[in-house]
Ligand binder design. Structure first.
Ligand code: SAM
Length: 241
């Protein structure tokens, strides 16, 4: 059996015998860049049906089709963890989305806080980064990147059954408090370069389901903090144990 060299995300439903048409960019990647030919294997996933071994059925410069052979892995959902972060510079925001997808976030929620520098995001571009990260890390699920929301709005509608791991830079150097709280729905909150405003901090400290957490004795950059917080959460409450 030929070795699978390419893992590809598609939106099409997957199932044994299912034909999957390729869009131009996918055909270019498979046949122009990766030089696959008819009969070559591809690993396919769509975030819903698990992973399938497929074969190239038609290969053209601008289009093509694959045929699903058999399921090789079932869908594996991550824990119900949201990563809520304030967008920073473009490359660093891309990094946060990529790492969140790799580390097992179920949803990625950009949020605008009082000290957030950027007021807009390119949601489609960030979603493409999450897809690429899932392709690369072997994930069968792709977290949704939500539209930018104001933190105030987010907290006003906050679901009562979702705990918050509030990464509060004001607690630098204090012991971590994560772990005592239960619950299986969580969100990590990471502030922008300027940190949370005093008003936002007071509001979060007053919320019963918000658990203020320190990430150690040094102030971390927001992108580093996002990765550190996800690692801490996954180790304490997620699917790394
Ligand atoms: N300008 C802020 C200051 O000097 O206090 C620092 C903000 S930090 C660059 C960005 C975000 O990362 C913070 O809002 C917080 O969510 C998180 N963070 C960074 N270091 C942290 C730490 N040691 N403990 C908890 N959260 C931290």
């Amino acid at each position: 059996m030929k070795q699978v060299k390419v893992r590809l995300y598609v939106e099409h439903p997957l199932g044994p015998g299912q034909s999957v048409p390729l869009i131009q960019a996918q055909a270019h990647y498979l046949f122009g860049v990766m030089r696959l030919a008819v009969g070559d294997p591809v690993a396919l996933f769509n975030g819903r049906d698990g992973e399938f071994r497929a074969e190239v059925a038609e290969a053209g410069k601008r289009k093509g089709a694959l045929t699903c052979i058999e399921q090789t892995r079932p869908l594996q959902m991550p824990p119900d963890l949201w990563l809520c972060f304030a967008p920073i510079k473009k490359a660093r925001t891309d990094f946060i989305v990529e790492k969140a997808a790799e580390m097992g976030a179920a949803r990625i929620q950009p949020m605008q806080t009082e000290f957030t520098n950027s007021e807009r995001i390119r949601r489609d571009r960030l979603q493409a980064h999450a897809v690429e990260a899932a392709e690369q890390c072997g994930g069968t699920f792709v977290p949704e990147v939500a539209e930018l929301q104001k933190l105030d709005r987010l907290l006003a509608d906050w679901p009562k059954d979702r705990q918050i791991m509030f990464c509060d830079e004001a607690l630098v150097g204090m012991a971590q408090t994560l772990g005592a709280a239960g619950g299986d729905k969580w969100a990590i909150l990471i502030g922008p370069e300027g940190g949370f405003s005093p008003r936002e901090r007071d509001r979060l400290h007053a919320m019963e389901n918000a658990h203020p957490v320190s990430l150690g004795p040094r102030i971390l950059r927001a992108d580093t903090a996002a990765v550190a917080a996800m690692a801490l959460w996954q180790q304490a409450l997620g699917d790394w144990t």
